[in-house]
Ligand binder design. Sequence first.
Ligand code: ZN
Length: 465
Amino acid sequence: MFYFMSVVLAAMAPMLFSSVSSTVNNVEMEYAAEPTLSATESEHGVAEQDLDIDDLDLGVNEPMLSVNEIAELIKGKGRLITPGMNPSDYIATLREPWKEIAFSEDAEILSSVSFSFDKVFEYSQWESLLFDLAKHEDVRLYEIGETMQGRKIYSVEVGSAEKTVLLSAGVHAREIGGVYLLYQMLKEKVEEAEKDDAARQSLMDSVKFAAVVLANPDGYAYYAATGSPIKSNNQYGAGNGIDINRSFPVSYGGILLGVAKSGGDFPNGPAAANYSGPTLGCAKETQALMRFYSKYIAVENSAVAYIDIHQQGRVVYRSTRIDGVDDTGPNHQFGQRLVDYLGYRFAPYEAFNGGEGGTTARMVMDLSLGFKMGRFGVLGLPVEGEALPLALYKDMPNYLDYYPNNASIPSITLEITKTDYSKGPLRNVRDAKAEYSKYKYSGFLALAANEAAIMENHSGDAEAN
Ligand SMILES: [Zn+2]
């Protein structure tokens, strides 16, 4: 079904491209006034920072196995649908500078864009909104990468406590409700901290938030302008048409085991559902998120939880163990608390079904478990000196000995309400507005921070015992 739709949309895309404007066909949309970013550019500078990865043990230095060698190794277990990321490309990705956008102290960053759930913002207006957020005290804005089409990808940091709750939204282009919802949650946090000393103190002492509000700007821009509900980073061209949430070089990424859930064969090509790219980790959007995760998980070691916000119908997914056995670890506990608060459905644990790997949540979980880059071009647990991907050592006699029971950082995929995409992007945004009040999202970040802090304490207790 999704595959069929993608094919139809791909065929329609050239027509849609030619009619990109603020009044597209029947799509109901309303743009705010043009942003004034250019006027503010002289008031801030971009300071380059490098992630200090020299001390990290990123894995083996042996050359990656060839596609044929991998195919031979997984013969009878599955099929390689996307080759892994070369370890040297992985290291190069982490070495790309991390840029902090520094605002001069008295800079008056004026924006003509005011945030609301009643408009479909253009990408440049999101830039204004993020800059707007960053002019507040205790907020920092970073440029973590560029998209395939040259748009900037930002992360925003609210507070300066050591522990960090990581958040992202908009990984899937059409799921823009999550982008609005995340922005609103952060905005409320910032405004609350300005008014309330205790709230501010908590961001300084307890837990801060680091968020990529709009993880897929090209896909967002395409959907906002055309109303065509794509999931990928864009539909055409090298490195495009990729489902970012299947494109990470992590355990299971790019390896199809057994029969794909989506039925029959696995769609594999630009703009197909779940397309993970010509190689894992090749999309620039994927790489930007890898830098973001690595900063807080591998380099600073400050991350205590991760929530990636999607929009497919009020479900909480937690990363699953390789054997599909339910466990009571941090992923489960944290997910359960979110479910209790929101009243969403908790997705059942399921044995892994190939073709669903390479996700954001999986990347965070694997990084948090100390996975290393393997010769397969995916991350895997180090087994006797070599990083084997889980897809392979699942069949080893004592594989569970190598697999920790619990992820150390809860890594959650949160699906907010599902929208009727045929009614256009504005309807989508309004659905998110209703979700925000109905499901108490104004208290969500406080809950997430509290739970993450509690869980940290508990794991500390466990170690002490
Ligand atoms: Zn999604």
